[in-house]
Structure formats: structure tokens, C-alpha cells
Design a protein around this ligand. Structure first.
Ligand code: HEC
Ligand code: HEC
Ligand code: HEC
Ligand code: HEC
Ligand code: HEC
Length: 191
């Protein structure tokens, strides 16, 4: 696990704000019940994966509220790096959404303060390949699809805290390349 050094540089700002359909209140009145309800978590210390500076829950955002992965990881279809969203993306919603429980409010307060102080959180990196390996996300998404993240990351929509599911070892890459008849030349993955 390493700390991202140039977080701001990786960030991608999206100016749009998602309007009502994602707010839980509106979802209740005008849409069918969401298929996934994120659990209340009292003991965060037992969750797998590194503890992040802000307890940002994928199961709430991507699972319960069904925000598409690409809303935040917007470069995954066009670049090697999926991108980690800039705080501006968060603030687009959290300027208004303050949280429905005391623990949500406490974490969202951190988002607002970080935005006001222009101090983006240093998200701890969960997945990291050695520098001598080439991994182009966009090539994989083109074939596996924008919903194909589960192939390698597991079902992030149900994870309160992201953790590594696959080994990310060479054998794991090769296995899938064999199954899908993709090149296994050393130079495909190694510089
Ligand atoms: C509202 C914004 C948002 C949405 C929507 C979102 N993510 Fe994320 N994602 C983040 C942030 C912020 C981080 C960094 C903090 C963390 O790891 O939890 C992150 C981290 C991750 C990581 C770990 C990256 C690493 O360090 O290795 C993975 C994998 C990931 N997201 C996959 C997904 C998938 C798959 C979806 C859709 C099912 C998704 N995300 C939806 C904001 C989002
Ligand atoms: C499209 C709207 C939207 C965006 C974008 C968004 N959120 Fe949220 N967020 C919500 C909603 C809705 C809730 C649930 C509020 C509640 O009921 O408490 C929430 C809850 C939270 C919470 C409290 C629950 C939890 O996850 O622990 C935190 C912290 C949070 N968001 C952080 C972030 C961060 C950091 C980002 C940017 C990476 C972000 N949010 C982007 C809509 C959004
Ligand atoms: C074929 C496997 C595979 C698929 C499919 C895949 N990923 Fe990844 N992902 C990886 C690997 C491997 C890494 C580590 C890359 C590295 O260290 O260079 C990673 C890293 C990430 C990171 C952290 C990158 C960073 O800059 O911090 C995010 C975020 C992420 N993936 C999101 C997604 C999302 C969202 C999808 C689906 C749209 C997706 N991934 C699909 C294998 C995959
Ligand atoms: C779930 C299956 C799967 C896994 C796991 C996987 N790949 Fe791939 N890989 C693919 C597919 C599918 C393509 C797209 C081939 C195409 O464009 O037709 C691809 C393409 C590639 C390419 C581009 C190939 C070219 O011809 O230029 C590279 C590089 C690559 N993968 C590296 C990796 C590495 C490194 C890992 C492990 C960290 C990995 N892959 C894991 C399925 C996978
Ligand atoms: C589909 C992608 C892929 C292909 C093809 C591939 N590798 Fe790798 N290789 C990786 C990944 C990912 C790692 C880093 C993870 C690990 O060490 O298992 C790695 C690591 C290595 C290492 C370092 C092992 C260590 O323990 O430090 C060597 C040496 C290596 N590969 C040689 C080769 C040779 C030789 C070939 C061609 C016969 C090859 N690789 C083909 C993905 C690939």
C-alpha cells in the first residue's frame, strides 16, 4: 500500500450535479425500491481493506444510490488509469447532502472541510502493480464492458471499504488471457 503523491493531478473534476433521482427521499416516492440497502456498520475496525482518511462507502454510493462507476472513475474507458475523483465531484452533491445519521454527518463534514481548505484527502491506494508491468484499463473495459469491473475487483457495489479481491499476480493475468485468447507475449505486459 502506498500513498498517492500527486492526488490532485490524478483527479478529474466533473461539473455536473446529479439531480433528484439519486436522493433517497425522491427514490422512495417516485421509483421502485432500490435493490440494495447498505447495512449500518458499527465496527469499522473489522472491515477488510485499508482504512481511508474519510470513510467513503462504495456500498452507499455505487450500491444503494446506484451512482455509476464512471461518474467518479471517468477515465477508465479512455486511459490506463481510471482516475480518483477530485473533491469537487464530491462537493457537487455534498454541498447539499449533509447526511442522515450522526456518523454520516461526521464523515461528510470532513469532505466539506477538506474542500473548503483545499486539502484533498490522501486516499490510500488499494491495488498496485509493480512499475515494470503495463496494465491498460481502457483495453480491458472495451472488451469486458463498463460493468466488467467485477471480473477483477469483485462486487465493489457491496463493499463499505474497498479491498483487493484478486491476487494481481502474473498467473492471474495469464489465466484470463489464455481463457479469452489474448496475447501472452512477455512484451505485452512488460516494458
Ligand atoms: C461517488 C464517487 C465514486 C463512485 C460512484 C465509485 N467510486 Fe470507486 N472510488 C472512489 C474514491 C473516492 C476512491 C478512493 C477511496 C477508496 O479507496 O475508497 C475509490 C476507489 C476505488 C477503488 C480502489 C482503488 C485503489 O486504490 O486501488 C476501486 C477498485 C474502485 N473505486 C472501483 C469502483 C467501482 C467498480 C465502482 C462502481 C461499482 C466505483 N468505484 C464507484 C469514488 C467512487
Ligand atoms: C451523486 C451524488 C453524490 C456524490 C457525487 C458523492 N456523494 Fe457522498 N453521499 C451521497 C448520498 C446520497 C449519501 C447518503 C447520505 C445519507 O443518507 O446519509 C452520501 C453519503 C456520504 C458519506 C456518508 C456515508 C459514507 O459513505 O460513509 C460520505 C463520507 C460521503 N458521502 C463522501 C463522499 C465523497 C468523499 C465523495 C466524492 C469522492 C462523495 N461522497 C460523492 C451522494 C453523493
Ligand atoms: C482486467 C482486470 C481489471 C478490470 C476489468 C478493471 N480493473 Fe481496475 N484495476 C486493475 C488492476 C490490475 C489495478 C492496479 C493497476 C496498477 O497498479 O497499475 C486496478 C486499479 C484500479 C483503480 C486504482 C487506480 C488508481 O489510479 O489509483 C481504480 C479506481 C480502478 N481500478 C477502478 C476500476 C473500475 C471502475 C473498473 C470498471 C469500469 C475497473 N477498475 C476494471 C484491474 C482491473
Ligand atoms: C478478466 C480477464 C483478464 C484479466 C484478469 C487480465 N486481462 Fe489483460 N486483457 C483481457 C482482455 C479481454 C484484453 C483485450 C484484448 C483485446 O483488446 O482484444 C486484455 C488486454 C490486455 C493488454 C493489451 C494487449 C495488447 O494486445 O496490446 C495488456 C497489456 C493486458 N491485458 C495486461 C494485463 C495484465 C498486466 C493483467 C494482470 C494484472 C491482465 N491483463 C489481466 C483480459 C484480462
Ligand atoms: C498478461 C500479463 C503478463 C504477461 C503476458 C507476462 N507477465 Fe510477467 N508479470 C506480470 C505481472 C502482473 C507481474 C507482477 C506480479 C507478480 O510478480 O506475479 C509479473 C512479474 C514478472 C516477473 C517478476 C517476478 C517476481 O517474482 O518478481 C518476471 C521475471 C516476469 N514477470 C517475466 C515474464 C516473462 C519472461 C514473460 C513471458 C514469457 C511474462 N512475464 C509475461 C504480468 C505478465
Amino acid at each position: 500500500m502506498t500513498k498517492r503523491s500527486s492526488w490532485a493531478g490524478v483527479g478529474v473534476a466533473i461539473a455536473v450535479t446529479i439531480a433528484p433521482p439519486l436522493s433517497p427521499a425522491v427514490a422512495q416516492s417516485s421509483q421502485p425500491a432500490p435493490p440494495y440497502k447498505a447495512p449500518v456498520i458499527s465496527d469499522t475496525g473489522r472491515l477488510p481493506g485499508p482504512r481511508q482518511p474519510i470513510f467513503f462507502r462504495h456500498d452507499i454510493h455505487a450500491g444503494q444510490d446506484r451512482i455509476p462507476c464512471l461518474y467518479c472513475h471517468s477515465t477508465v474507458t479512455i486511459s490506463s488509469e481510471p482516475g480518483i475523483p477530485a473533491l469537487q465531484t464530491c462537493f457537487g452533491c455534498h454541498q447539499m447532502i449533509g447526511g442522515s445519521t450522526p456518523s454520516h454527518q461526521a464523515e461528510i463534514k470532513k469532505v466539506r472541510e477538506a474542500f473548503a481548505n483545499r486539502q484533498p484527502p490522501h486516499w490510500i491506494r488499494v491495488h498496485a502493480l509493480p512499475g515494470f508491468v503495463r496494465f491498460p484499463h481502457q483495453r480491458h473495459i472495451k472488451v469486458l464492458g463498463t460493468e466488467g469491473c467485477t471480473n477483477c475487483h469483485g462486487d465493489v457495489r457491496t463493499m463499505p471499504q474497498v479491498y483487493q479481491v484478486a491476487t494481481l499476480r502474473m498467473g492471474w493475468c495469464i489465466n484470463c488471457h489464455v481463457q479469452r485468447n489474448v496475447s501472452r507475449d512477455c512484451t505485452v505486459c512488460h516494458y
